[in-house]
Ligand binder design. Structure first.
Ligand SMILES: Cc1ncc(COP(=O)(O)O)c(C=O)c1O
Length: 376
């Protein structure tokens, strides 16, 4: 049974609802009052107590890693806290062994966070691009693009512009059949779609908190599948990658941690962690299933309403192929003009490549969607 949400109570956590109709989560998520409180409490510690003890640090990071693991259906040892989505892709790509002649498969038109690092960090590795809008097209092209030297397929779970969703089960199965690693940029999916990584042959999954997880910016989650972790080199490891007994005796350096946390190299972004902690708790309280169904319902309202107005879509019509994103053009108005009108009414969406991108979250109301549709 779908859990009944007390939307009015939940909306009190989102102050942005007092001022705006915020439908722009594919861009930046609003920090909640709960996260603000947790960050302020930590600031009090920094201001009045100043010293952060090892126990305090470890209790916070341990809790956040556990919550992140629970949300993603992963083992806590497979989770590390990173700065952003990029870092969670860059660390494992640099820690892999790359033989001469290896290649990686990338998606043409994917967000640069999953393209630039491959080009810049691995200039000698061949990049094979696939131009595909749908998961079916992508997988079809993969079958002819991969060969014995293909090491990695790297995709965005959900496309930042169209909201098209990759089927991670099918793609993972394909990769494991061919002995290829699957790297996933998950930032447009986690917080919208349910995820159970232990059921999937995904090797790397990285997600910044800044969008659908409500932030704050500068903190994120990296998942490294256990089997991969055991094969990665020690790159981007540092003094906090080892399990010190205390912070007094540094003469004898203990071994590097066995878990993914080995890649957390130095002093942590604790303010970011406690903010994200509150948001992860919120998702687990409400339940990823309820979140997904609620977003699907609001999306359906948007798609139907826009279709009635004669809009054209870049996004798939069905939620099963898509996500929380609806990207469209108006039959009569230029996107720039419509964007200006909506913004003037405090209805917040994005304009990207001359398309309007709408991205509602579970706390948005049907009333807000109706109001948005009225002004399209
Ligand atoms: C698909 C995708 N990946 C990554 C990012 C951002 O990457 P990072 O968290 O490293 O800044 C965005 C943000 O716009 C995005 O849409």
């Amino acid at each position: 049974l779908e859990k009944e949400l007390d939307i009015e109570a939940i909306r009190k956590l989102f102050k942005v609802t007092d001022k705006k109709i915020y439908l722009n989560h594919a861009s930046t998520g609003p920090v909640t009052t709960r996260a603000r409180k947790a960050i302020e409490e930590l600031l009090d510690v920094y201001e009045y107590e100043v010293d952060i003890t090892k126990e305090f640090l470890e209790s916070i990071e341990g809790e956040v890693r556990h919550l992140a693991a629970e949300l993603m259906g992963a083992h806590v040892d497979e989770v590390a806290l990173v700065k952003n989505t990029s870092q969670g892709l860059i660390i494992p790509m640099n820690a892999m062994e790359w033989d001469e002649g290896s290649n990686v498969i990338l998606r043409k038109g994917g967000f640069p966070a999953n393209v630039c690092p491959w080009r810049q960090n691995l200039p000698d590795v061949e990049k094979r691009f696939i131009r595909a809008d749908t998961c079916d097209e992508f997988m079809e092209a993969c079958a002819s693009k991969v060969d014995r030297s293909t090491k990695v397929i790297a995709v965005d779970w959900v496309d930042f512009l169209s909201g098209q969703r990759m089927d991670l089960k099918r793609l993972g199965d394909f990769c494991s059949e061919h002995g290829i690693l699957l790297f996933v940029d998950g930032i447009q999916g986690l917080g919208v779609l349910r995820l159970t990584l232990w059921e999937l042959a995904v090797d790397v999954f990285s997600c910044g908190a800044a969008k659908w997880l409500f932030g704050p910016q500068g903190i994120g989650i990296m998942y490294l599948k256990k089997q991969l972790l055991d094969r990665l080199k020690l790159k981007n490891t540092g003094w906090l990658s080892v399990a010190w007994k205390d912070f007094q005796h540094f003469e004898v350096i203990p071994p590097v941690k066995r878990s993914a946390a080995r890649y957390e190299e130095g002093t942590r972004n604790l303010l970011g962690m406690v903010g994200m902690r509150e948001h992860l708790k919120l998702f687990l309280e409400i339940g990823p299933d309820t979140v997904e169904k609620r977003i699907a319902k609001l999306r359906e309202m948007i798609v139907t309403g826009l279709a009635e107005k004669g809009c054209t879509f870049l996004s798939p019509m069905d939620f099963e192929d898509g996500s929380g994103i609806v990207t469209f053009r108006h039959p009569k108005k230029q996107s720039e003009e419509l964007y200006g009108e909506l913004t003037a009414r405090n209805i917040i969406v994005s304009i990207r490549e001359d398309w309007i991108r709408v991205s509602p979250h579970f706390y948005n109301t049907e009333g807000e969607i109706e109001e948005f549709l009225t002004y399209v």
